[in-house]
Design a protein around this ligand. Sequence first.
Ligand SMILES: CC(C)(COP(=O)(O)OP(=O)(O)OC[C@H]1O[C@@H](n2cnc3c(N)ncnc32)[C@H](O)[C@@H]1OP(=O)(O)O)[C@@H](O)C(=O)NCCC(=O)NCCS
Length: 150
Amino acid sequence: METFAWFGDPEVMKFTPFGPDESVTATLDRIRRYLEHQAQYGFAKWMILERGTGKPIGDSGLMYCSECRRFEPGYRLLPDYWNKGLATEAASAWLQHGVHELGLTDLMAFTHPDNVASVRVLEKIGFRFSHRAVLMGMPSKIFTLPDSSY
Ligand SMILES: CC(C)(COP(=O)(O)OP(=O)(O)OC[C@H]1O[C@@H](n2cnc3c(N)ncnc32)[C@H](O)[C@@H]1OP(=O)(O)O)[C@@H](O)C(=O)NCCC(=O)NCCS
């Protein structure tokens, strides 16, 4: 299963609250949850395909965070594809879609404070640091999206 290449990778999942998926079965359960979210809201995490080859290289999307009671963006890529601007491109497209097409308001984002690449992505797409908190058991920086950003 291609998606397990990143959902099961300890490096990619280092700053994800529950760490890497331990098995392909766990990744299948995860994808089932994404499909349920898709059915309920009309969107979820989607696969990122490499332009040209169509190879699955990561995922990005908007998900409802029940602990935060808000929608939040997410993004992950195989390490070979880091630092090429791809997460910024994907997350920015999701935010445009979320705000303008879906009419979502009150979006938030969170990431582990040591996840400097993710913090940078959030800043580049318009989020601003709000405060620190523990979310899903993980020390986190919480970000909000100023009204004027999108
Ligand atoms: C977070 C992640 C998706 C970023 O993807 P990406 O496609 O590399 O991101 P981008 O290239 O769009 O932007 C990365 C930015 O972080 C910066 N950056 C990356 N590593 C850095 C480091 N160690 N120190 C400082 N800046 C760093 C890059 O320079 C770039 O900023 P710039 O455009 O101002 O130069 C990728 O690192 C990843 O998949 N990590 C594992 C999964 C993860 O942590 N997801 C987020 C969970 S909240």
